[in-house]
Design a protein around this ligand. Sequence first.
Ligand SMILES: [Zn+2]
Length: 412
Amino acid sequence: MLTIAARWVCPGTSPPIANGCVSIHADKIVRVGGDDPAFPVDLDLGKVAIVPGFVNAHTHLELGPIPRDESTGPENEVEWLGRVIEARRDAPEGSTPGLIQQHIRSAIEGGTTTIADISTGGQSWDAVAASPVWGTVFAEVLGLSESRGRQTFDAATQWLATRPRLEQTRPGLSPHAPYSTAGWLYRAASEAGVPLATHLGEMPEEREFLTTRSGPLRRFVEGLGAWDENWTPVGPSPVDYLHVSPSDRGPDWIVAHGNIFEPGEFARLASFHDQPFDRRIAVAYCPRTHARFGHPPHPFRGMIKDGVVVCLGTDSLASSPSLSLLDEVRFLHRHHPDVGGDTLLKMATIHGAWALRIDDKTGSLESGKSADLAILPLADPALEADPHGWLDAEAPPMATMFRGKIVASQWT
Ligand SMILES: [Zn+2]
């Protein structure tokens, strides 16, 4: 048994505890609370906050940075997509496995203990499975034409069929996006009985493409030779793509971005209200990626008000400066200082765990859950009175713990 104490303990699912303690036995939390003589403190960490390990609900570990010229203002997202494809094509042969390893490490150093990764051919599986994180690896499927779609779907289903059953890592599927992926692929993925992720409501051009079959995204797919004259959209709204399965027992979806959803669509993103445990949809908002492309303000406030579960992702280094979910939530705090620290912490932790159906194991500091936590500096001695003073700090976590073991630390 190990009991650690800190100026603040923020469990995530209950109010912050001043001068709180977390007691850990083996890989589990056994108690969270104030000082208790029955649980003598082994290590008082002092002026820090202990928070649950972060859940990165959307990333692509295989992608490296795409430099950005900030002097020219926000970047055009369709042009950026072209640059991502070029960078992938020009990546040195055999460099990706090393990059994936490096990116997992930096995510963990940022306090992350759960990663949901979209991966070409599921190639990040071995690295994620060997790392100290709860992982979901989604093999990407795409293609507007029948033949291209069939090729990626057959490869992904074969990959799924050969995944071993692991406690820490689960496989899923990711139909890429409505402008690249035919409706039948969304339907087939929905019926596979695995976790799902997709990019929806990412940019205004997507809706134009779905309603008119034209615009910059049409020119983009034509330029890649991927356009299919027989293609028709599932519907005029990107949200229609979540409702392609005829089954009542809908699949679980992580919806990456959701930048451009309209208030009238929120109810269809919150469909879990009808079927509390049969269907989970969550929007993974990626704040720094959203900002890079100069989209209209993200509708996360309206979504939360209407019952949509909003979690957070970093997206990849191709659009974001780091894979630290802590950096992402601090950015959100700086730009939306009126959103409470308790809400931000939930978005960064338990909401993502809920979406991935691992909220019984992780995502908050509660007795019986896995001992997954981040130890964070507080901004300033004056902010010691603020349980969420860690949002105002700039330094990275002092340590990350996963299943009761320190897996990254500035102390060594
Ligand atoms: Zn993405």
